[in-house]
Write a protein that binds this ligand. Structure first.
Ligand SMILES: [Zn+2]
Length: 219
């Protein structure tokens, strides 16, 4: 059966949007709490959620053939998903809808910065243990022709996966943007990220040629 979202009037939508823009952090915390304690969305909340989630940068693609928004349980964590008419589900991150792409990109930079010392350590280790041949073509690597990259998953994919998994709202990643250095302010998120990276991150030591060939093809 086709799900009927409750209609909302345009004035209310404008008021709601202004309120969302002014109170992103509060909204994010509220939604996190709501997600944690609910498994079913009532029609009134459904209309609100559609409005909020429709700000997601990939909304048009994700909401194709949408029946309704539901809450799914993904390994013990409640998440929003779009239920399609054909019965498939597509997860959607409310934080991306609330904060926008730029903030999310900043957070990815912060995540990258936080593990950059591990990347240097990895390269150092490869030279020290004389395993400095390219992981793809096995050519000999020197500091002049070597590069490191993320294998499968790519860094983008790894960071997305992490952001999807953490229960804490992004507010806790509070970026400090002095001297263009972004960092993650929350110790809890730093720890969770290191743990996630340890478990899922896959670094490769490659020559520049292979880096160019594989960089845009790995997921
Ligand atoms: Zn190579």
């Amino acid at each position: 059966m086709q799900y009927q979202s409750e209609p909302i009037n345009q004035e209310a939508v404008a008021r709601m949007q202004a309120s969302i823009d002014a109170h992103k952090d509060e909204l994010c915390l509220k939604i996190a709490a709501y997600l944690k304690s609910n498994t079913v969305i009532n029609p009134k909340t459904h209309a609100l959620l559609v409005h909020i989630l429709s700000n997601h940068p990939d909304w048009a693609k994700k909401s194709t053939n949408m029946n309704r928004i539901v809450i799914i349980d993904n390994q013990g964590i409640h998440k929003f998903a779009i239920e399609r008419k054909e019965g498939t589900y597509e997860e959607i991150d409310y934080r991306k809808a609330i904060y926008g792409k730029e903030v999310i990109d900043n957070i990815k930079h912060a995540l990258m910065r936080h593990i950059s010392y591990r990347v240097s350590k990895f390269i150092e280790h490869r030279y020290q243990t004389h395993t400095n041949t390219c992981d793809y073509c096995e050519c000999h690597l020197t500091p002049d022709n070597s590069s490191s990259m993320f294998g499968s998953p790519s860094f983008q994919y790894l960071a997305e996966g992490f952001m999807q998994q953490i229960e804490l709202p992004i507010i806790h990643t509070r970026i400090s943007n002095k001297s263009s250095k972004v960092c993650i302010a929350s110790q809890a998120i730093r720890n969770a990220w290191e743990e996630y990276f340890e478990k899922h991150g896959n670094l490769l030591f490659v020559c520049r040629d292979c880096m160019g060939k594989h960089y845009y093809t790995t997921k």
